[in-house]
Design a protein around this ligand. Sequence first.
Ligand code: HAM
Length: 443
Amino acid sequence: MKAAEIPRIYIPPCSCLHRMSRDEGEQKRTGNEAGRAAVQRPKGTRDFLPADMEKRRWLETNFRKTAGLFGFREVATPAFEHVELFTLRSGPQIIEDMYDFRDKGGRHLALRPELTAPTMRLFIEGMTGDPKPLKLFYFGNCFRYEQPQKGRYREFWQFGAEILGAKRVAGEVELLCLADACLKASGLKRYVLRIGHVGVLRNVLEDAGVPAGKQAPLMPIIDKGDHDHLKAALEDLGADCGHVMDVLGSHGGREILSNVPGSGLGEVLDGLASAGVGGYVIEPGIARGLDYYTGMVFEADVPDLGAEKQVLGGGTYALSEVLGGERIESTGFAIGFDRVLVALDAQEVPIPRSRLDYYLIPMGPSERPLALEALAALRRSGLSADIDISDRNLSKALKYASSSGAQNAVIIGESERTSGNLTVRNLASGQQRPARLEDLLKR
Ligand code: HAM
C-alpha cells in the first residue's frame, strides 16, 4: 500500500481529551453501561461454548443416526411462520406464549413454538403427492415466551419425528419404537415412558356429562394430575365426578384404555411387545398441552429432573384439515433436546469428547516450515492437527495443548529438524518417543 492510500485516522490532540468535561465522561460511562446491557443475551436464551457444542453435536448425531436407522428422512422449515399457522388450531390466546411480530411489510409472523404445525404446512405445500407413509424427522430451535428456569428456556431445541399417511396402529407402533430408541441412544439411564389416549379420556368426560365443547379447560388440570382442582371443576359442571376419578386413579388403566373399542391401544401395546419395547406405563390422565391430539398420546419423564422433567411428548393428531389440507393419519413426537442434556448431566452420563490427534510445537522460526509441512500432511491424511501460532515456550505450549484436549504434542526442535525424527509426547502419560512423519501418517 502506498503512503497515499493509507486511510487517515483522526487522532485528537491530547489537550482535546484532557478538556473532556466531567459530565461528558459521566455520559460516556453511562452510555457504555447501557451498551453493555444491550449486548447481553436476551432472557431465556443461552450461548453454547465449545465444550457445550461438543455434547450437543454428539447427542444430535445419535438422534439423527437412530432416525436414519428407522428410515426417517430429515426436513427443515423456517424459524418464523405466519402466526395463523399456530392460532388456527389453538386459538388467539396462544399468542401470549409466543414471540410474534409484524415485519416491514405488515405481515403478522411468529417464531415457531414447535415443529409439528410447520411440518404439516410443509407437507400440504410440497409433499401431498409423495408416496405414503411419509416418515419425517427434524431438529431445530423453537421459541416460547415462558418464565425461564432450569430446563425451561425461551429458545430451546426439539428433535422430533412425524409419520403421515400410515395405517394408524402400525404408525403408532413405529413411532413409539423410534421414540424409545432415541431415548436409549441418548444414554439416559433412567426414564419413564407413559402412554395414554386423549380420545378415550374425552369419551370418559362425555359419559360423565361434560360435553366436548366444555372439556378444553379441564385438560390442563387433568394433565397436571391436580385431582382436588379437577373434582371442584367437575362438580361445577354438574358432572359425574366419581366415574372420571375412578378412571384417572385406576391402576387398571391398561384395561380401561386398551379395551375401549376403536382406540386401537391394545393392538399398539401388542406391537410394542413384539418389537421388544417394554418398561412403559399406561396412564389415562395424559391430556397433553397442545390441543391437536385426537388419539394415543405419550410422554417421557426423567425422574432425576425437578419440575421440568418431561423430556418428550407426542401422539396422534388431526392438523392437516385445520390448515386447509386433506385429512391424513398423523402421529409424531418431539424430544426436548436441552432437557435430555440436563438429564444426562444429572445422571452423570459421560459424553465422549472429540480429541485433537496432534498439536505441533515448532521451537523456532527455522523449524516452522517443517512443522507446517507436517501439519498439512497430517490433515490431508484425515488426522486432526493444530499448531502453536503464539511462539510460546515449550512448557506453556504443552500446557495449552493439554488444556485444548489434544492427545499428543509433536515437538519439532533443531535436532528433530536435522534428524527428521519428530518427538511425539503423549499428553496424558507424559511419555515421549521419536517418530518419523510417515509413521504418524500410517497410524
Ligand atoms: P411439547 O410437549 O409442547 O410437544 O414439547 C415437546 C418437548 O419439548 C417437551 O416434552 C419438552 O421436553 C420440550 N420443551 C417444551 N417447552 C420447552 C422449553 N420452554 N424449554 C425447554 N424444553 C421445552 C410439542 O411440541 C409437539 N409438537 C410434539 C409432537 C410432535 N406432537 C406430535 N408431533
